[in-house]
Structure formats: C-alpha cells, structure tokens
Design a protein around this ligand. Structure first.
Ligand SMILES: Nc1nc2c(c(=O)[nH]1)N[C@H]1C(S)=C(S)[C@@H](COP(=O)(O)OP(=O)(O)OC[C@H]3O[C@@H](n4cnc5c(=O)[nH]c(N)nc54)[C@H](O)[C@@H]3O)O[C@H]1N2
Ligand SMILES: Nc1nc2c(c(=O)[nH]1)N[C@H]1C(S)=C(S)[C@@H](COP(=O)(O)OP(=O)(O)OC[C@H]3O[C@@H](n4cnc5c(=O)[nH]c(N)nc54)[C@H](O)[C@@H]3O)O[C@H]1N2
Ligand code: SF4
Ligand SMILES: [Mo]
Length: 763
C-alpha cells in the first residue's frame, strides 16, 4: 500500500476552505475516483477544479464534474423527503414530510408486506456503477431480507458477462489495460512498459471511463509509443488517431475474434510457454478453432481477410499487447462466446498479467465464493434466510449466471411478473429510473408490470419519470460533495486505489445511500444494525482498509496497492495460496469445465444475433420492413445515462437526442442533418434528430439512449416525455444468449423516416 506524500484533504485560508475529494456519485459516474478540489465559501461551493496531485487524473476532469456546482444548486433538486397518496401515482401531488415520517411509512409497509407475502416479494432496483451499486444489494439482503436485487437490463448485459466469464475461465477480477495506475510514479516506474498495441474492442473510453478505467490514459500510452487498433462500426475520436480501424458489422464480433484465434493457432503464433504451463484444454480448443479461418469471418463481419490476419499477427507477435474490451462485448447474445474468445486470445498470446499487457486483480482473500460475498453478509447478519435466498428469481434457471452474480435474472423476473408467477409487492427504486431511463429494454413493459405494486419508494437527487410514475415515498440524496465515503475503482475487482470521499457542504435535508441503509436497517433489524453509529463508523468497520480510522484514511489521499505481475506464478490468485488460477484445474481453462457443468458448450462458437441482415432464421419481411442496422448507447461526455439532462451547460452541448447516419443513407431517405426523424421497428418507435456523418458505416445507424425531457409535462402519461425519444422502446427483452447473458442493444434493425411534424415544430 502506497499513500500519497504530503497530501492535505482540507486547506483553510482567510478567504475560503478547499476540500480535496474523490468523485463518485451522485451525480452518476462509474467508480473512477477522479481528484477534485472544491472551494467552499460561506458554506457554499464557489469553484470546482481538478486536483493536480492525484497520481492518475492529475487535475483532469470531464464536463460532468466541472458542472458539479450546477447540479448541486439546481432549482429542481429535491431537498426534502416527500410522500404522495397511492392513488395519485403519476400526478405531481407531492407533500413534504420529515425523514422520521418517511421511515415510519417505509417500515410499516415493508413489515406488513413481509408478513403477508414474504421477503422475496420486495424488490430493490439498482442501476450501474454508482455508489448505490454497492448498497442496493445490501439494502435487499441486509435490510429487507429479500434475495431479489434487480438490475433490469435484459441479459444483465453490462460488465456482468465479462466479469462472470473471467470468473469461470480463470477466477479473479477482469483483466484491464496496464496503464501503470498502481505506481505513484506512473509511467516512469522501472519495469513498467507501454503496450505495443491496444486493441480497443467496442469501447470508447475517452467518453466512458468505464468501470474505473481512465480513458485519457490511452492517450498517455500513445504518447509513449502505443499504437491503437479499434474494432468498432463507428469512427470515434480515438479511432481517428488509430493505426487502423476494423469497421465490422455490429454484432458480428465473435466471428472476428474466432478468426483471429484460428490464424494464431494455425500459424503457430501462440505463446507455447504460457499455454503449456498455465492453460487447460489447448488441444480441444485448437481443434475447434479450425472451423473459423479468416476467409470464413471476412464476409460475416464485412472486414477484409487480410486485415483480420494483420491484426491477429500483430496482437500475437508484438510483446506485449493489451485488450480494452467494452460494452459491445456484453450487449450481444453471442457475447459470452465473444468474452471467452477474447480472454482466450489474451491467454494464448501471453498477455495476461505482464507489463504492457492486461493486469489481473486479486480475488478477495479467504472467500472461496467472492461474488456471493454480499449475500453471505446477509446470512451472517441473520437477516437473509437461506430458504428465502432459494427464491431468488431465475437463479435455478440460469446457474452459470447465478453462481457468480448475486442478483435476480432480469428477463426471467419480467416474464414472471407478466405471467403472474411472481408478484412484486414493494418496489424500492434505489438507483434505477427503470420505467423510462437507461437500463430497461422495453421500459414500458416494466412500467406495466410494476404499476400496481402495493408500495414503492424512490431514492434520487431529482424527480424523474420512474419516481413520478410509481413512487409513494421519495427520499432525497446528497451528492458526493455532501457526504463522507469511500471509492474503489473497478468495483474493487481490479482496483488501482482506494480513496476517501470528503464532505464539503450541506444542502437541504438530503442523506446518502449508506446513511439511509443504516437508518432503515435499524428499524427493520436493530439487532444487527445498531452496531453502526453513522456513516463514518460503518466505513471504518466494514469498508476502508483494515485498522485505519476514517481520519487516517482521508489524510492518506490516494492509496495504491503495489502492482505485482504474473500473480499466477506467485500463488496470489487463489485463496489457498497455490500457484495458478482459481479454477478446478488451477489453469486458465481454454476448454471450460464450468461451462460443461452447466450443460453448455465448453468451447467458444459463433451464433448470428437474432435481428441482423445475416440471420437466416429471421423472417425476410422484417428485414424488408426494417433494413437499417441499429446500434445504440455510445456514451457522451455530457450525460451519465438518464442523468444530467437538466444541467444547463451540459444540455447546451447536446440539446437533443441524436441519430447518427451515413450521408449515403440520409440522401436515399431524403433526410438532412438536423432533421427530426422517426425510428421504428416491430417493437416500438421514437423520435430523435439526424446527425449525418461519414463516421458511421453506410447501412448502420446509431441512436443515443436514455433520453427524457425534464422540461416537459411531469405527469402521466407524458412523464417528462419519457417515451418520446427513448430508443429502448425498440429493444426487446428476452433475446438473451448463453448462461442467460446478452441483449440486442448494439445490434438490432429499424427503419428511419423524416418526421413530417418537423417543419411545424421548427416554425
Ligand atoms: N439503448 C441502450 N440502453 C442502454 C445502454 C446502451 O448502450 N444502449 N447501456 C446500458 C447499460 S450498460 C447500463 S449499465 C444501464 C444503466 O442504467 P441505469 O444505471 O439504471 O441508469 P439511469 O436510467 O440513469 O438510472 C439510474 C438512476 O440512479 C440515480 N443515481 C445516481 N447516482 C446515484 C447514487 O449514488 N445513489 C442512488 N441511490 N441513485 C443514484 C440517477 O439519478 C438515476 O435516476 O443502461 C443500459 N441502457
Ligand atoms: N459519460 C458517460 N460515461 C459512461 C456512461 C455514460 O452513460 N456516460 N455509462 C457507463 C456504463 S454503464 C458503461 S457499461 C460504460 C460503457 O462504455 P464503453 O465500454 O466505452 O461502451 P459504449 O460507449 O457503449 O460503446 C463503445 C463503442 O462500441 C461501439 N459499438 C457499437 N456496436 C458495436 C458492435 O456491435 N461491435 C463493436 N465491436 N463495437 C460496437 C460504439 O460505436 C462505441 O464506439 O460507460 C460508462 N461510462
Ligand atoms: S470520469 Fe469524469 S464525471 Fe466521472 S468522476 Fe472522473 S471527471 Fe468526474
Ligand atoms: Mo453499463
């Protein structure tokens, strides 16, 4: 553990106080922990700037953190708890109440519902990566005793597939590009070297900083000689600086990855030493790869055969290379096979846990079942009963999913609610704008399935469509500038550091996720929760590095663990201290015994996603009607999913939802840049604004996701224009793949027409 030298978390001058802190949420971001300096005067933040002493972010901030003041002091922020009569759902008839009254209502309803229908009838909804990501499963398991923590994205298609496949094939945290982030002296550290190539696969990290990986470090690496190869149907900013772009057809990725593996194996370009010592099942794997020569993949992917060969050769022969695998790996019903192929690529080319390759996190020591850890806390606290845990929705049906993920299965859950097999009696929207925001496919179906729940709570910084549609009680949240806390990038799986979140100001009557969890815990299960005397006490007892007080922790600044390469050689990846990987064979399983156990094919294979021009089983009428390939959700600098739409400086940068389309398609359809267009398919329709650009392939359109309009009518049925521009109304639930993962968010079909109401609205 290396602490930051000379760090001061608080500086008091005659004029102001400067609080140094590490960002998390709200407002939303993944656990990236960028360094900020908040200038406080008379109890108000007057200026926000980056912290130049942060070893990784070194003063850099993106527009969302720079707009923090606008978020904190926004006139629409909800600053007090509120309630509304159940029959007034969808109406703007809120009444301010005290925290005690809010807690009384929640306690009374939760206890009644548990008594009448069982703990499992309470569902706690959460979204991605925010501080709440750690606390919504705990709210379910340790406050209400329910096994049903629900992340409602079809096929749990974010990070879950990549993390789960990593756990099954090798154990431990998911491999991340070696960007020297564990060294205080970063790129100057002796022994560290930049990757020769980074293969950026369906990831745009400059905008997304996904999972706690710092996108700008890709530029740092390029300045030090790293070359970039982007696998992406769009040409994004980094791609314009890449050595090459593999501009493949959306959804065809697994074919490309298998063809690269074929070339590497057939031409003996693999790392024999690593394969012999550390891999299991190479012979079966090599035999399977024979089916996938680059000549087979080229027409499937729309990529020249020579390019596939060139990229594969470079990745295998330059020492070392790194893979940045993004969301396009998860959001694909063939994504488990893709993740398996990509991890195998890293393994057989000897790029796992080496300088300039991809580094591995270490599993939580002493726990042979790390991903279910939180459920174990629930059992240990005596709140989550093992027989209730058995009622987790979809756990038995999707064992490959549920042995690693501690949640209910989203598509199974929706179907069970729709067909009456399960009735949700209490919905707790902990960090989820499920009826309109980002997470759900066909969000209107989730709305329909939840609209009659007996009781609902929303915990949010702003009123949003979900709270307006369904909540009976609204709990207002502090931003990260208003509470003490802890941030650990990469969800702790492959974390570069731990650092404190330092409270700078108080605004209204808001509380943070941890405080609300403790308060409600004390009412539901005082025998366990009474041991925690507030947020700092909770952090000291359960979260921050053992033996440190919160005061010591925050004075230490950014605490980096020491980087150790080739952990498999050193007994660091297994709780028993043996060398090798945390699998049955102790090796990286190219042939997966875990998959075999679940009755699945142990080797990777290609399957065409359901809605593509090349799917032979697709009804030709659908393709005729909806000829354009639809991909969605590439991130923007100015929003985190459905958040930030009401922040003036950010909204000014992207005022409307945009549909990128190639000039060739636009001309054919009589659409001009800036026209409003209708996007439709057999599942739904919405309206966005055309952005005509050559950076997207002809025949492919890309739609922004998570649009709603805080300025529109808040009441139902409008719900702030929840469905006007919501691309997810075109994306179905239920089209999942192997182990229950994957969706069609990055590859579906649609048609686009000019919205004839255009001129009228403009006038
Ligand atoms: N079409 C399409 N849809 C997509 C995607 C895509 O690529 N294309 N991406 C998908 C992916 S990968 C994901 S992960 C999901 C994300 O989906 P979600 O994470 O569900 O995102 P939101 O809809 O913004 O809802 C999250 C809510 O949490 C609130 N919130 C913010 N910070 C905090 C906090 O600290 N605590 C609490 N309690 N609440 C907080 C926000 O105000 C917001 O209302 O979206 C998915 N949706
Ligand atoms: N600013 C901001 N940052 C965010 C978020 C946010 O909402 N806003 N959301 C966070 C979340 S939850 C996540 S999961 C991460 C995701 O962050 P990333 O992993 O970076 O993923 P995306 O931005 O969805 O898409 C990356 C690229 O995939 C490409 N792509 C689309 N379809 C395909 C395909 O079929 N194959 C391939 N190979 N590429 C394809 C897109 O063109 C895009 O350039 O970002 C996180 N960070
Ligand atoms: S990635 Fe951007 S929005 Fe997220 S914490 Fe860092 S500066 Fe803030
Ligand atoms: Mo995500």
């Amino acid at each position: 553990m290396q602490e930051q030298e000379g760090y001061e978390w608080k500086t008091v001058t005659d004029d102001e106080t400067i609080i140094r802190t590490h960002a998390w949420s709200p407002p939303g971001c993944h656990p990236v922990g960028c360094g900020l300096q908040l200038h406080v005067k008379d109890g108000k933040i007057v200026k926000v700037e980056g912290d130049p002493t942060h070893p990784i972010t070194r003063g850099a901030l993106c527009p969302r953190c720079l707009a923090l003041k606008e978020f904190i002091y926004h006139p629409d922020r909800v600053l007090h708890p509120m309630k509304r009569a159940r029959e007034d759902r969808g109406k703007d008839k809120w009444e301010q109440i005290t925290w005690d009254e809010a807690y009384d209502i929640i306690e009374e309803n939760a206890k009644r519902i548990i008594k009448d229908y069982g703990e499992e009838s309470i569902m706690v909804f959460g979204g991605t990566g925010r501080q709440a990501n750690t606390y919504y499963p705990l709210m379910a398991f340790m406050v209400f005793g329910s096994p049903n923590a629900c992340y409602a994205q079809s096929g749990w298609s974010c990070y879950g597939p990549r993390a789960t496949i990593t756990a099954h094939l090798m154990g431990g945290g998911y491999p991340e590009i070696d960007n020297a982030c564990r060294y205080p002296d970063r790129y100057d550290h002796p022994g560290w070297e930049p990757p020769k190539y980074i293969l950026l696969w369906g990831k745009e990290p400059l905008k997304s900083n996904p999972d706690g990986f710092w996108g700008h470090s890709v530029i740092d690496l390029m300045k030090r000689g790293t070359k970039l190869i982007c696998v992406d149907p769009r040409v994004h900013w980094l791609a314009t600086r890449a050595e090459q772009i593999v501009q493949l057809r959306p959804g065809s990725d697994t074919a490309l990855a298998l063809a690269m593996l074929n070339h590497i194996v057939e031409n003996d370009l693999y790392d024999h030493d690593f394969v012999d010592r550390w891999c299991y099942g190479f012979e079966e794997f090599a035999e399977r790869m024979k089916q996938y020569p680059p000549s087979w993949a080229a027409p499937i992917c729309g990529v020249p055969e020579e390019q596939i060969i060139d990229v594969a050769t470079k990745f295998a022969t330059f020492k070392h290379c790194a893979l940045g695998w993004g969301l396009a790996v998860d959001q694909n019903p063939n994504g488990v096979q893709l993740a398996q192929a990509l991890l195998s690529l890293l393994a057989i080319t000897g790029n796992l846990d080496v300088p300039g390759g991809c580094t591995l996190g270490t599993p939580i020591a002493g726990d042979d079942d790390p991903a279910r850890d939180m459920a174990n806390w629930g059992f240990a606290a005596g709140v989550l009963k093992p027989e209730v845990w058995e009622k987790r929705l979809g756990a038995k049906e999707y064992p490959g999913f549920s042995t690693i993920m501690n949640q209910c299965h989203p598509d199974f859950t929706l179907a069970a609610m729709q067909n009456g097999d399960y009735k949700c009696r209490m919905a707790y929207f902990h960090s989820s704008n499920v009826v309109s925001g980002a997470i759900a496919a066909q969000p209107d179906k989730w709305y329909e399935a939840l609209k009659d729940v007996d009781f609902a709570v929303a915990q949010e910084p702003f009123m949003n469509p979900t709270a307006m549609a369904l909540a009976d009680v609204f709990l207002p949240l502090t931003t990260f500038a208003e509470h003490d806390g802890h941030v650990q990038p990469h969800y702790g799986l492959n974390a570069a550091f731990e650092a404190a979140i330092n409270k700078a100001v108080t605004v209204g009557d808001c509380k943070c996720d941890i405080e609300i969890m403790i308060d409600l815990g004390k009412r539901m299960h005082p025998e366990f929760w009474n041991q925690f005397d507030g947020v700092v006490d909770y952090l000291e007892k359960r979260v921050i590095p053992k033996g440190m007080t919160f005061d010591e922790f925050r004075k230490a600044g950014v605490i980096q663990p020491e980087e150790v390469y080739r952990k498999y050689e050193k007994g660091m990846l297994r709780p028993d201290g043996q060398v090798g990987f945390l699998t049955t064979t102790g090796r990286f399983e190219l042939y997966s015994l875990a998959f075999e156990l679940f009755g699945e094919d142990p080797l990777p294979y290609f399957e065409e996603p359901p809605f593509t021009p090349q799917n032979k089983d697709l009804d030709p009428k659908i393709l005729e009607e909806y000829p354009l390939i639809l991909t969605t959700g590439a991130r923007t600098y100015v929003s985190f999913h459905s958040e930030h739409r009401q922040i003036p400086s950010l909204r000014a940068m992207v005022p409307d939802p945009l549909l990128e389309m190639n000039p060739v398609d636009a001309e054919k359809l009589g659409i001009k840049d800036g026209d409003w267009v209708l996007i439709e398919n057999q599942f739904g329709k919405c309206r966005q604004r055309a952005q005509v650009t050559p950076t997207i392939q002809p025949g492919v359109v890309h739609a922004m996701h998570a649009w709603w309009y805080p300025e529109k009518d808040p009441e139902a049925p409008s719900l702030f224009g929840a469905y006007d521009s919501n691309i997810n109304t075109l994306l179905p639930n239920g089209y999942i793949g192997k182990l229950g993962f994957g969706d069609t968010f990055k590859a579906n079909l649609c048609k686009v027409t000019k919205d004839e109401t255009n001129e009228k609205e403009e006038a």
